[in-house]
Design a binder for this molecule. Sequence first.
Ligand code: BEZ
Ligand code: MG
Length: 577
Amino acid sequence: MEIESRLLPCGLHIIGKRPTAEEAIATLVSISNLDREEEGIVSFPRIIANSIGRDIDEIYANNDRGVLEDVQLFQDITQATRAAVGSLVRAQIDAEGRVSMVSKLNFFNIGKKAPWMEALNELGYGNVDADAFKPLVEYLELCLEQECADNELGGLLQALEGEYVLPGPGGDPIRNPNVLPTGKNIHALDPQSIPTLAAVQSAKIVVDRLVERQKLDNGGNYPESIACVLWGTDNIKTYGESLAQIMWMVGVRPVPDALGRVNKLELIPLEELGRPRIDVVVNCSGVFRDLFINQMNLLDRGVKMAAEADEPLEMNFVRKHALEQAEEMGINVRQAATRIYSNASGSYSSNINLAVENSSWEEEKELQDMYLNRKSFSFNSDNPGVMDENRGLFESSLKKADVTFQNLDSSEISLTDVSHYFDSDPTKIVSSLRDDGRKPTAYIADTTTANAQVRTLSETVRLDARTKMLNPKWYEGMLSNGYEGVRELSKRLVNTMGWSATADAVDNWVYEDVNTTFIDDPEMCKRLMDMNPNSFRKIVGTLLEVNGRGYWETSEENLDRLRELYQEVEDRIEGID
Ligand code: BEZ
Ligand code: MG
């Protein structure tokens, strides 16, 4: 069900092309799945659940627990949502099958039976509260209008003419439909405004889930330290959710001033926290450092506050570790409680992505050293304004991590869409540093849907492979774009290999199925070779490389064919018959 309901891009976006009805429905269904408290909007699934005397949060919880009756019920509710939203959109289709907002939809046209109501009736959910529905449907109507607004070419031309382009927030259209219509001059937010209270709420849910999951898989023990990644764009799109997650792990609370600016933290008492303070090692991207230096300052102060709190060590892992480090390294506790790291000023990324993309590495250790060299600059609130090279303390903190953790915040970009996720991932670095050599459990939070999930990294890579690279909907969509589509496929395969290199997070079957789908099938093989021989060579070369590096075991027969194909495509590129 998770795979089936995942949003994915069907081909590349073409500027100025409005979505098809089916695409508009998929986006609108996702928009309608979220409650929007500030706007007084209740989600479609919640309204339907209420109409049969159920609470959607309970249904979600039961789904996570595998209570089959509620799994079925949620499936039915999802179908009803799709049917109702579909009926709204289908009323607006033009001859090309694209949505054109020719008439106001007038969903509440009294006297006439509204199409969404008929759809719900048909599925046995006719008892919904029309008063709750009105604001939602009006909102969806507005979203649909914005989704289909023909603003992209106009906006682009205005920008190229150096004219004024209407500004608006950027980000994920499902989380924040105000980013629509596309074709605006997009901007971020006031860096001092995050995390918002809503972000703090969502952050707690995710961290609590992560901690519960880790305890379940780890003999009931709390994680003592979590290595986290903070990105700038994520925090813009979520108004600081991942920032707030770290505050909740450590057990500090942001205290906004009268204008909503967050420059102060307070320690949450242990009784209120209800668990030990969890230590962190925070890896900020260069973009985060550039945008949110005040928030790095805030986090550093929060960690130091926790380390200096006079509390029992079994309830305060920040203090426990900082005391150990102070002793080992001959520094004071405040200095030892340094957990906020990034690149040196002006530098970005660990460059593991470049090394993997160019195959310019021999041993995994080279990748790990690049990361440690480039990302070991600490922020110090006692001496702000410089990023200090601090590799000793960075390593000594990383080696205590039992968990690594990153966030997915938007359905637009996932683990294998870009090379930056594996570039940020410290999973194997932590195992190489730990005294026991144990691999930390790697988790990925997925906050792109109403029922946020915390999955292991391998689960998430699997889900990504199934929904994209190995999904005919995805690859046929991409291949319909021709040359560039094949390049998308080859990039995704390289990004997948990145997860083998940094975390051993890719199952053998993923590569095996890639080989079966794109190499074994002679027709597919020929299509790829004809459309884009250079990217096809990269695909073949990457499969040979993942085998050579020991990430994929397969038959000699498969390898022989790959070698032959490599030769063939080389000759083709060089014009040898
Ligand atoms: C960031 O938003 O922090 C980010 C953007 C691109 C690559 C890596 C990180
Ligand atoms: Mg701009």
